[in-house]
Write a protein that binds this ligand. Sequence first.
Ligand SMILES: NC(=O)c1ccc[n+]([C@@H]2O[C@H](COP(=O)([O-])OP(=O)(O)OC[C@H]3O[C@@H](n4cnc5c(N)ncnc54)[C@H](OP(=O)(O)O)[C@@H]3O)[C@@H](O)[C@H]2O)c1
Length: 310
Amino acid sequence: MTQAVSFDITPEKEASKLQFLRRQFFGAPPEVSRHDVDLSGKTAVVTEANSGIGLECVRQLLDLGLSKLIIVVRDEVKGEAARKTLTAAKALEPNQTIEVWKLDYASYESVTAFAQRADDLSPRLDIAILNAGVNRGSFTLNPTTGHEEDLQVNYFSTVLLLLLLLRIFKKTKSTTKPSHTSPGRIVVVSSDMAAWARFDEKNEEPMLEAFDIKETWNRNERYATTKLLGQLFVAEIAKRVSPSLAIINCASPGLCYGLELAREHGTFTAIFIRSFGRSSDIGACTLVNAAVKQDERSHGQYVEDCTLRP
Ligand SMILES: NC(=O)c1ccc[n+]([C@@H]2O[C@H](COP(=O)([O-])OP(=O)(O)OC[C@H]3O[C@@H](n4cnc5c(N)ncnc54)[C@H](OP(=O)(O)O)[C@@H]3O)[C@@H](O)[C@H]2O)c1
């Protein structure tokens, strides 16, 4: 079901740190314009949309005329603050609404409860940007699942949510007139760092338990591996799900400053990010492009600076 895509760059070149720096300094992903895409009548959910790149994503979706925006957060107070920020910056159009829904990626119950609520959306859910991601500064085990927290949030809960959303898309498609069913859209937010993952755990048996061992944990390596796993999952699920049901892709915002992701990582990381990072609104352009502009060719693929990349 995935289409063969050719690239103007090899995976090895794409993964090099030099290419990463080139993208950071010279990459200029364009914002999707309303002339190209009008989201009137559509409903979108963006997870972790109360700050950083997620907040910029929802701002851009509203600019494209999105009718119903659902800001998905683990802390509803922060979600309400984000809603106020958005409405203070720009008056909503008469048909536009913003809701704040709770979802804590640390809990499967929370993921399931969120999906049940999304199942009742009317007329239907159209777009999901799975943006939530953490990069813990110290080894932390999730108290309920027992899994290491980066893996829990960035991979396990993300793919559970993706599968539950696919079920919703499938149900909606079966109950909607064929002429009214454009495919659902799911974007899994990834990172340049996925390409640098050593993924040492791949040779361990059992593999999943190897991720929960403190002695072999490394902060950057773990984050990179969780993002790589997300890419591998998207590539595989796309072979099993028709793009006529949902176009599923990964997208990387590039290194962005103004973020909380590195708040646990100290001064050196903060200086590095400020020196080499881009602003969150530029990072968000690629996520929105992957969600609303990339076509079926992006199914199972990776989008960077608004372009399909290996
Ligand atoms: N920033 C970058 O340079 C960069 C680069 C490549 C990829 N990415 C990816 O882009 C996405 C957004 O990154 P960002 O930098 O914008 O994020 P961020 O500013 O670091 O924000 C972190 C967010 O994660 C939320 N969060 C933490 N644990 C959570 C949980 N268990 N359930 C739900 N939400 C939780 C936090 O919520 P609270 O406010 O409640 O704590 C906060 O909103 C992530 O997937 C990240 O991996 C970022």
